[in-house]
Design a protein around this ligand. Structure first.
Ligand code: SAM
Length: 231
């Protein structure tokens, strides 16, 4: 039996590519975006009352990871990418029906859009539903998960002086907490766990309309090298 669902809107996000997006929401509070609602949900009725809510659940499609053949086992990056596990034991993007869920902060409500932060969503992500976070039911004291027992360890992020100046200028232009966004995302060390980076190797990812480049001058330390307009 097949059911069909259709989006109620799409996210405009600071993240223009999958690399360097945090693995869960709330890990980068400076990661901001806008959920643009589409008809018939964009007239105000559908969001009435939502201004009384601080956080919402977003149910969405991993639209850049959809596959025809469902996987039963996946290799979560969190486990280094070399240990496989049942798909239902993980929050992997490759999963039956490609549905994701994230709790995000609701910063502002307008009739046709929701301003959100702490997101882990790619630009253009189709949103299937929005539900209010209900603290008494959604926060479970004593809950445990031995596979992902705590947030990823953070590594220090340093700035090349020129990169810092570039980031400060672009932050003003974009009116966004850009330095915080870069620091919060890179501190989680987006590099695949199996890669041992040499100091010469440069990594890059696009945040907003910017190409951010960094390297690992030594293991466990990131230095931002440049923050320049993306092509
Ligand atoms: N919080 C969600 C969940 O638990 O269902 C997502 C968790 S998933 C591990 C997070 C990763 O999904 C991000 O790091 C990013 O690389 C990827 N991602 C985000 N939006 C996506 C999209 N629209 N299509 C494919 N991958 C996406």
């Amino acid at each position: 039996m097949a059911y069909s669902v259709s989006p109620i809107g799409f996210v405009r996000s600071c993240f223009k590519e999958k690399f360097a997006i945090p693995r869960q929401p709330q890990l980068a509070p400076a990661a901001r975006g806008v959920l643009e609602l589409i008809p018939p949900f964009d007239q105000g009725d559908a969001v009435q009352g939502l201004e009384q809510v601080s956080h919402v659940w977003l149910l969405f499609l991993f639209h850049q990871a959809l596959e025809d053949k469902p996987r039963l086992k996946v290799r979560p990056p969190r486990l280094g990418g070399n240990k496989s596990m049942g798909v239902f034991a993980t929050r992997a993007t490759h999963r039956p029906n490609g549905i994701g869920q994230s709790v995000v902060k609701l910063d502002r409500v307008e009739a046709n859009r929701l301003w959100i932060s702490g997101i882990d969503l790619l630009d253009g992500t189709p949103i299937l539903d929005v539900k209010p976070y209900v603290p008494y039911a959604d926060s479970i004291a004593g809950a445990s998960n031995e596979i992902a027992s705590s947030a990823p360890l953070l590594i220090p992020v340093q700035w090349q002086p020129q990169a810092l100046e570039q980031a400060q200028l672009h932050a003003l232009r974009l009116q966004e907490p850009l330095l915080e966004l870069i620091e919060q995302c890179l501190a989680q060390d987006p590099r695949p766990a199996y890669q041992v980076p040499s100091p010469e190797r440069e990594y890059g990812a696009q945040f907003w309309d910017l190409d951010v480049r960094w390297h690992y001058p030594e293991p466990g330390l990131i230095r931002v090298l440049a923050v320049v307009p993306a092509n």
